[in-house]
Design a protein around this ligand. Structure first.
Ligand SMILES: NC(=O)c1ccc[n+]([C@@H]2O[C@H](COP(=O)([O-])OP(=O)(O)OC[C@H]3O[C@@H](n4cnc5c(N)ncnc54)[C@H](OP(=O)(O)O)[C@@H]3O)[C@@H](O)[C@H]2O)c1
Length: 235
């Protein structure tokens, strides 16, 4: 390819940390950011799948991308401090944090849900997002960074049987609002991102009778988010 025809990579030099990179939304975001030239840090738990994505991301343009192995179910605040310290040491900066990891076991009665099934969604959907945001915030403030909180449709998760997933996503939405308002006059932009239905493993656990071909892919939800992100950096 001639130099003139080389693709423009507007996120070259930017570091993007994605949780849940093996999922529908996390994977779509990671690939799109790599096409824009960003360096990805893929924070996931199943190494074979994350390694496959890493190869893809590097191929797409995400030079120097790397994996950070972590399982949010049992992670403690110290694990998040270590993650943040590793990103700072190895990458020297953080520009985007995307909280795309999510734990959902399927529709279960709140009366019958077991203790572990109650705790896990809070650990992954809520506590991980809080501790990871807190420990990486100084880097995000330094880079005029951006945080993406993928949120659910509030009316849907208040319906019966959405159990700890629904309650933890409602808590996440409140948390995201707090960050958005508390950081409003500072350099960081918080995206309370409500993608609507997406054709992912998570969706299939609740809507198993649905023809998945009628549900949009996660990629189709990203252009307005990327436009808002570019607008923040253009300011
Ligand atoms: N799909 C929808 O219709 C929809 C609608 C509105 C909002 N959202 C939100 O969009 C975001 C992405 O959801 P999705 O639909 O892309 O879900 P998904 O395809 O099921 O992906 C979930 C991701 O979370 C990871 N994960 C789960 N438990 C984990 C743990 N203990 N430690 C580390 N990683 C863990 C999974 O990793 P493994 O591959 O290792 O399991 C996977 O990468 C979520 O915040 C969800 O609430 C989704």
């Amino acid at each position: 390819m001639s130099e003139a025809a080389a693709p423009v990579r507007p996120w070259t030099g930017r570091v993007v940390l994605v949780t849940g990179p093996t999922g529908g939304l996390g994977g779509a975001f990671a690939r799109a950011a790599a096409r824009r030239g960003a360096t990805l840090v893929l924070a996931g738990r199943h190494m074979r799948q994350v390694e496959r994505l890493l190869d893809e991301v590097i191929e797409l343009g995400g030079t120097d991308s790397a994996i950070y192995p972590i399982n949010f179910e049992g992670a403690s605040p110290l694990d998040y401090e270590q993650l943040a310290a590793t990103v700072e040491r190895e990458c020297g900066r953080l520009d985007v944090l995307v909280h795309a990891a999510a734990q959902f076991e399927g529709l279960i009665s709140i009366e019958e849900i077991g203790a572990e099934s109650w705790l896990k969604p809070f650990q992954v959907n809520c506590h991980a997002a809080q501790w990871l945001t807190q420990t990486t915030l100084s880097m995000l403030l330094a880079s005029k960074g951006q945080i993406v909180f993928p949120l659910e449709d509030e009316e849907r998760i208040q319906r019966p049987f959405w159990n700890a997933y629904g309650a933890s996503k409602a808590a996440l939405a409140t948390m995201a609002r707090h960050y958005a308002e508390e950081l409003e006059s500072r350099s960081v932009r918080v995206h309370e991102f409500r993608p609507g239905p997406m054709r992912t493993a998570l969706r299939a656990k609740a809507y198993f009778g649905e023809d998945s071909n009628t549900v949009p892919l996660a990629d189709s939800k990203l252009p307005p988010l990327f436009a808002a992100m570019d607008a923040h950096w253009a300011r």
